[in-house]
Design a protein around this ligand. Sequence first.
Ligand SMILES: NC(=O)c1ccc[n+]([C@@H]2O[C@H](COP(=O)([O-])OP(=O)(O)OC[C@H]3O[C@@H](n4cnc5c(N)ncnc54)[C@H](OP(=O)(O)O)[C@@H]3O)[C@@H](O)[C@H]2O)c1
Length: 193
Amino acid sequence: MQILARLCISADGYVTTPNGWPPQVLDPVHGPGSHGIAEFLQGVEAAVMGRTTFEPALTNDRWPWPGLRVFVLGSHRPEGTPEDVVVEPDPERLLERLRAENRGGDVHLIGGPSTVETFRALGVLDKLELVVLPFLVGSGMRLTDSLSTATGLEFESSRALAGGSVEIVYRVRPDDAPATRRPDFDARQPQRP
Ligand SMILES: NC(=O)c1ccc[n+]([C@@H]2O[C@H](COP(=O)([O-])OP(=O)(O)OC[C@H]3O[C@@H](n4cnc5c(N)ncnc54)[C@H](OP(=O)(O)O)[C@@H]3O)[C@@H](O)[C@H]2O)c1
């Protein structure tokens, strides 16, 4: 089982709109299977996310994760949560449950950024997949509001998607891999032209 974080990001680097929605909801092509998700989900059997990302699904017209086992990291079980959704406050116990129930498929780590960082810090994040959307939103949440800037990324692939988005897939190197150690941004001097 691999844990694959996949998030949409606006061309100006935000993973939410100014009012907290995932930016892909503004895209005219947004819908079931859009932004490459249909192909991505072929090898996936479970979805994991933080409680903040999960809660809006409870009032959606359509359940967003049909056919997937859903796991939520959160301190409490939101009202109306279906019985078969696992809610767990401890990240390591949630990981144990994911592993115990796994039947060989991958896990889609939906987000948000703080839950991605939680799995990265546990050393179990295999890939970071970004879908860069062809528009700007101006403000919102950045991935690195939570995700460590020391995250080691190794390019794996990219492809253009219908509607003008671009998918970029990175392998995530573990914290102790030598290539992950990066210069300290604050200590680095700008180069004079
Ligand atoms: N662009 C995209 O594709 C995309 C995808 C997903 C989400 N999003 C956006 O991301 C935003 C939410 O991101 P977020 O980072 O604020 O929230 P989040 O990761 O969705 O959820 C955060 C919650 O998860 C639990 N949690 C996270 N890390 C934990 C840890 N180490 N230990 C225990 N519990 C932990 C906590 O729940 P409790 O508070 O219950 O303790 C925490 O408040 C939303 O606006 C959503 O729209 C965008």
